[in-house]
Write a protein that binds this ligand. Structure first.
Ligand SMILES: [Zn+2]
Length: 274
């Protein structure tokens, strides 16, 4: 019997995950090449409290929001931190006005997912990689104490996204280091994932699939409050991300799923002798 891509997905990294309340297909054993459910639920705790950290609110909600909805759905907490309001995203609406629309949408969308919207106010297109930004993100992490952070993958054509990746890497380090004295004590984030974002696709390799079936409608409703969701600024986010959830679900044997990429140091597995 030949190995299939599905075998590979089930074995690669041992990190396919599902949450209680999510639905798998009724009889997965009937699917050709399905390797069984040994990995399902193994990563459940990763998504009990989730902070997403994005360059722009659209990224936080469209590319990273579903894991937040999973966290709150299972009784945990979720935060969506945007480093900028993405206020320069509209060709028609002046930046000041558009930034306010984005902020309002983020507040409302977070409410729909029973999560909290957080903001830093760097200018869209000018997110810096500096100590101020790293410590500002560090402070949000220490204050809220998420177990898991989801952020941008560095393989992006967008400079703000690459800046966010760099800022988050060092912010996580600062947050976890007790010798760095801030207002709040040190907090170590247990898991770091990168989101599957159409703008960050260079060398992105998914290794983790999260079942979002139970929260998919809620997450899409939260996305739909944004003024650019339906292609108003040129890219049809609604079509792309709702279709992606279906496609990733097909690959992972869930009805709906998001795929994520683990941070490099989390790909190490330890296997003892039985
Ligand atoms: Zn962006």
């Amino acid at each position: 019997m030949g190995s299939t891509r599905r075998d590979f997905l089930a074995m690669a990294g041992g990190s396919a995950v599902a949450l209680a309340g999510g639905k798998t297909f009724p009889n997965p054993a009937q699917l050709p090449g399905h390797a069984g459910g040994e990995n399902v639920n193994s990563g459940q705790r990763d998504f009990s409290s989730v902070m997403v950290i994005a360059a722009h609110p659209g990224d936080a909600f469209f590319a990273m929001g579903a894991p937040v909805a999973v966290a709150t759905h299972s009784g945990g907490q979720g935060w969506l931190l945007s480093l900028s309001l993405g206020e320069r995203g509209s060709a028609k609406i002046p930046a000041d006005q558009y930034g306010e629309l984005q902020r309002q949408a983020a507040e409302k969308g977070a409410g729909i997912m029973s999560a909290k919207a957080l903001f830093l106010h760097y200018r869209d297109g000018e997110i810096p990689v500096n100590e101020e930004a790293k410590f500002a993100v560090c402070d949000f992490i220490r204050e809220n104490k998420p177990d898991t952070v989801v952020t941008h993958w560095k393989g992006s054509w967008h400079k703000d996204h690459r800046a966010c990746y760099d800022v988050v890497q060092d912010a996580l380090f600062y947050a976890g280091l007790p010798a760095i004295a801030r207002k709040e004590p040190a907090h170590t984030v247990k898991r770091l994932y990168f989101a599957n974002n159409w703008e960050d696709a260079n060398d992105f390799v998914a290794d983790t699939y999260l079942d979002i079936t139970a929260v998919c409608d809620q997450w899409l409703n939260a996305c739909a409050v944004f003024p650019m969701w339906r292609g108003e600024n040129g890219f049809r986010y609604n079509d792309y991300y709702s279709s992606l959830a279906i496609g990733q679900g097909c690959l992972s044997n869930f009805q709906r799923a998001v795929s994520l990429m683990s941070a490099e140091d989390q790909r190490v597995r330890r296997i003892g002798t039985p």
